[in-house]
Design a binder for this molecule. Sequence first.
Ligand code: CU
Length: 693
Amino acid sequence: MTTDRLMALDLLVSVLTAAAWMSAGVAAAARRPRTAAALFAVALVASLARVWSVLALAGAGWWFVQEKITVALPLLVAAGAAATALAGPRLLRAARRADAASREAVKAPAVAVPLLGAGYAATVGIVQTFLIGYPADPGTALLLLAVAAGAVLGTWRAMSTHVPGLRTATAVTAVAAVLGGTLVFVPSGETTAEGSATGGTAAMAATGSGSGSGSGSGSHEHHSASEGSASLMGAETRPVTDLRGPAVPPPGGAVRRFELTARTATVTLSSGRKVPAWTFNGQVPGPPLTAVQGDLVEVRLRNADITSGVTLHWHGYDVPSGEDGVPGLTQEAVPPGGEFVYRFVAAQVGTYWYHTHEVSDLGVRMGLYGTLVVTPKGTAATGLDLTLPVHTLGGVTVTGDRDQPLVRQAAPGTPVRLRLINTDNTPHRFTLAGTPYRLVAVDGTDLNGPGTLGRVGLRLAAGGRYDLAFTMPSDPVLLRVDDRTDSVRITPESGPPGDGAAAAAKGATASATADSAVDSGAVPAAGGQTAGWPELDLTRYGAPAPTPFTSRSRFDRNFTLVLDRGFALTNGRPAYAHTVNGAAFPDIPTEVVREGDLVRLTVVNRGRETHPWHLHGHRVLVLSRDGRSVTGSPLWLDTFDVQPGQVWEVAFRAANPGLWMNHCHNLSHADLGMMLHLAYEGVTTPFHGAHSG
Ligand SMILES: [Cu+2]
């Protein structure tokens, strides 16, 4: 069983357990001995099932059961055992006789209160998992224990005029509640990053410069960059504003100049439907940016009327930190009337995208995004190459700027490349029918030895990219999104094949032979025929190849991020936040690294929602998912989809000094706290903006 299923099962069992104990108590109080006895039996079985489900879940990792094993289970077992010992014998005797006297007997507090108490104890465990989450701390444990004890005392007092030792018990409970509450609600001031291998001083310093941008989080609000760097004790420091791209291209490179002006506009989709949007140059998506490897990309961003401000972040592109476009960290957001010039060398080949990072949840959703494609030097473009950002705009799925299928023609034999980009907050599932194809690149990086595919679904994480390649067959080809929206239809061109086809036909013979063995699936008519296609497991696709490091390497830093939901302060407001290790932005400790470090990141999803994890400025190598190593092509990703119950282990070399966001790319989750900073020692920021999302 998957961890996700186990988590759901455990939840079901825990609710059943609480409900059974509670209703057994209520039935006893209502003088129904037989019903109470039956429910008592159900509660016992459910409690044992709960012990089993927690132990089964423990096999998936400590993160998933920590609060269950330290708090919920001991409480349930203790309360259940007490209820069984105190109420069990009387309840069974009464149920056997079921006369008037026995009905009165089960109504007694000595029977009903222990049963209800077990119900309260079971409920506390659910509350802890759902409202507080990971990690459980002594404060919340004490507080919840006090709540359960208080409920028992209150119930007892309501059912009986005399409760022995009531005053003492109430006093003890109140003290426990106050103590627990103090531990929970008074901040401890602990800010060192978990797993930070070096001394606290450096970690604190970088935390000051990195995460001090959050407003309203207390006395550290004005923790300035210079304060932070002072405690580095003589180490060299650099402001992030010095980490900029060059003004001239490397030898042989050209300068590619673009101007992007952010402004509100009403855009017209292909169907004629009009959507109010936030645009670059009046269009959604913004102008496609292209470059050849080795060019210098220079983008002048202007803001016409986006009142909340705008920046440009180069998603998946490892630009110098000062060009990364994170407001409050690497620059100030560009206000209406302002501008900012970004410069970076197009070193990476492949499919990327750009988007605003200021109030990015709203900004990107409204249309402030576009594509960035870098092609290798010295290769002439042949065939059909389509860049296809998929977005939900005004409630409809659009591919590029179309809300209807894009129809193109290609001569049979033409090489075709489809660059799929998911610019939404949630994953999309793509299917390609009518031709065998290969998934040749993921997040801009070529896969090694990708095999031929047919009749599979490709789940693409929010923010992620897939490049598909095939040779145009003599039948139509259809790209579909989420098994319902026809996105691109390519029909064979009649007449003689074009230039590209002749060249391609020569080289394609070998692969065409192999491809013909794969059932690619006929182009489906309208309907859901692709829905049953199995999902491709990327960790087993393609061929292995040597990597610069593996899970057996010696790591300089190990960070664990446990993703969950819970009550936490985010940007100074209490919220039911999306949390990392129990905290929300800006209170999540900054991860501090030193240039050259080999860093391992373990990302655990304890929650019920998918979190597409995105580290700025670095590609990460996937080491394992759910404890299983990657057996296919090495996977270098900038966005990896951490589904409920999953554990991803990834690694990267810290080779791009700066201050970087490390966050969930479901931008509404980021907005609700699920982001933190990764800071290189000695890099400081002069910015103090409240936003980093
Ligand atoms: Cu998320």
